[in-house]
Design a protein around this ligand. Structure first.
Ligand code: SF4
Length: 224
C-alpha cells in the first residue's frame, strides 16, 4: 500500500473538542472522501471534493500529537467517511504512537473495514451513523446504497456490536425525511442493550457546502 495515498486524505483537524467524544477532551481529524452521496450532507466538499480542501501534512499531525497528547484523552477520526480511505491503518498507527485512543465516525457501510480495524486494535469506539430504516437508504444515501445492501451492512455492524458492546454506539441525524416511526424502526433494529442517540440536522449552508470543521455539527446536541 502506498502510504502517500492514505495521507492525501488528511484534510483538516480541530485541535480541541469537548463534545465529539462525550466525556473525553479530544482532537478531531478529518479525512476526505465518502462512499455515500447523502443529499443532506453538511460536509459535502470534504466528502466529495477533498482536493478543494487544504492538505494537512503528516508531519503537522505528528508534531501536534507529540506536543498535545498529554492534554487530550483521545482522537476522533471523522470525515467524509474514514473507512473509505485506502490504507487508513497507517494514519491510525500514527495516532496510536501518541498513546491516544481513537473514536471513529462511520456510516457503517463498509463493515469489513470496521471489523479489520477493530481486530487490529486501532479503534476503541465506532460511532455509527445509521441513516434510517434500510428501505430509505436509497433516498437518504443519494442512491449510493440499496435497501438490500443497507440491511446486509447494518446486520454485520450490529453483529460486531453484539460481540463488542463497548466498542460501538449508534446515532441518527434527524433529517427532515425521517419520521418518528422511522426512528422507532431503527431503534428496533439495534442489538439488545443499545440505545439510539439522535442529533439535530443542520442544513447545508449552500447547495455545495464548504467543509466546515467548526460548525459541521453541534456534537453536543446528542440526545439519548
Ligand atoms: S455519509 Fe456522511 S460524509 Fe458521506 S455523504 Fe453522507 S453525510 Fe456526507
Amino acid at each position: 500500500m502506498n502510504s502517500d495515498l492514505a495521507w492525501k486524505h488528511l484534510r483538516g483537524m480541530t485541535p480541541l473538542s469537548l463534545c465529539d467524544w462525550p466525556g473525553r477532551p479530544c482532537c478531531v481529524v478529518f479525512l476526505g472522501g465518502c462512499n455515500l452521496r447523502c443529499p443532506t450532507c453538511h460536509n459535502a466538499s470534504l466528502a466529495w471534493d477533498m482536493e478543494s480542501q487544504p492538505l494537512l501534512p503528516q508531519a503537522r499531525l505528528r508534531s501536534f500529537l507529540a506536543s498535545r497528547a498529554r492534554w487530550l484523552s483521545g482522537v476522533t477520526v471523522s470525515g467524509g467517511e474514514p473507512t473509505t480511505v485506502p490504507g487508513i491503518g497507517m494514519i491510525l498507527h500514527e495516532i496510536a504512537a501518541s498513546g491516544l485512543p481513537v473514536k471513529l465516525d462511520t456510516n457503517g457501510m463498509l463493515p469489513e473495514v470496521a471489523e479489520a480495524l477493530l481486530a487490529e486494535g486501532l479503534v476503541e469506539v465506532f460511532s455509527v451513523d445509521v441513516k434510517g430504516p434500510p428501505a430509505l437508504y436509497p433516498e437518504l444515501s443519494g442512491g449510493a446504497v440499496s435497501e438490500l445492501d443497507a440491511r446486509r451492512n447494518l446486520s454485520r455492524i450490529f453483529a460486531l456490536a453484539e460481540n463488542r458492546p463497548g466498542a460501538f454506539n449508534f446515532r441518527t441525524t434527524l433529517v427532515p425525511r425521517l419520521s418518528q416511526t422511522d426512528l422507532e424502526t431503527v431503534r428496533g433494529m439495534l442489538p439488545a442493550g443499545f440505545t439510539l442517540a439522535t442529533q439535530d440536522y443542520q442544513p447545508p449552508r449552500r447547495p455545495h457546502a464548504l467543509a466546515d470543521t467548526e460548525a459541521r455539527r453541534t456534537a453536543g446536541n446528542l440526545v439519548q
